[in-house]
Ligand binder design. Sequence first.
Ligand code: NAD
Ligand code: WQD
Length: 338
Amino acid sequence: MNVLVTGGAGYIGSHTCVELLNKGHGVVVIDNLVNSSAKAIERVEQITGKHVDFYENDVRDRAALDRIFEKHDIGAAIHFAGLKAVGESVQMPLEYYDNNLFSTVRLCEAMRDHGVKNIIFSSSATVYSGTNQMPLRETDVTGMCTNPYGWTKYMSEQILRDSAKAIEDWSVVLLRYFNPIGAHSSGLIGEDPRGIPNNLMPFISQVAIGRRDHLNIFGNDYDTPDGTCIRDYIHVTDLARGHVAAIDYMVEHRGESVFNLGTGIGYSVLDMVKAFERVNGIKIPYEFAPRRAGDLPKLYSNPDKSAELLGWKAEYDLDDMCRDTWAWQSKNPMGYGE
Ligand code: NAD
Ligand code: WQD
């Protein structure tokens, strides 16, 4: 099947392109490169030995979408394109609502008008309300988001859910990612944040390569065994394979479905630092700093529904995640910028 991958030059999108191509799917990418590099597409082609049709366009550009749907026989879309920095979304809410919501609406309209009936959406564990017990199940309460980014995911889920009800024969799969880290085992593609990394693992790996002198650990007085926050980190290749499994599932199912993509295992910030040090033999200097606003002490998934219905389970462990993060960072000290 030909799959339109929006945001396919980005971190998760590029890894998903590799897994789709490896499974024999055709891949068409639309990405405006607002947070990525066209080099990622070249590297995807290098890893797989296969061609990617790449369009440098904004997903909100309806005419560009029309051209793509007219030229390629698309069977499904995977919608990764979006802005994702939580803190930035608080500073620039209108830009986030514009980019993340209008890209979803324009894409759905174009799909409807061109008779494309299958869409997978990159949602996030951030849509779950902070009142739930761990581990999180797909039926748990959503909403009460703490920032505009989270609301764009919540609202996009609703837009897609309503579209699945209204448009005949549509299939919508909402995938709620936990904390993707790591990189392709080749070290050729990986996460390349612009500016100071917001997320833990890119920060650790930039300390390891010498771009930052130490890690600030946000809070060591949480009600967790070592006082630092617990998250469900998942290897990006496992996450990418979850999308391939969802494509297979969606061919057989209509309407709306929602799945967690996580491992079900929680690790603390200190666990992550120690694992990175042990696996890669590199010391990560750190200091304890005040809590970061909005952080929950514990967040991890129950991935049973994905195992049962998608036949998908995370296979890589924490050591693999740390090793592959470093393979990417050490081969590409400045990311794609070099
Ligand atoms: P990323 O920034 O690396 O990838 C997003 C891609 O979308 C980038 O290549 C960017 O250039 C592109 N893009 C953004 N707006 C666009 C637009 N209007 N038109 C065309 N292209 C556009 O981020 P990622 O980590 O790969 O995340 C992919 C998706 O998964 C995002 O929707 C994100 O919100 C979601 N998600 C990410 C995480 C995470 O921790 N990385 C967790 C949960 C959900
Ligand atoms: C993990 C832990 C931090 C950086 C975010 C988004 C979420 C989703 C995934 C998109 C926390 C601590 C971090 C640092 C630290 N993205 N930390 N020092 O916050 O679980 O989730 O990314 O949907 O929506 O909120 O991930 O990697 O930022 O933080 O101590 O320099 O590491 O406090 O406990 P988070 P993260």
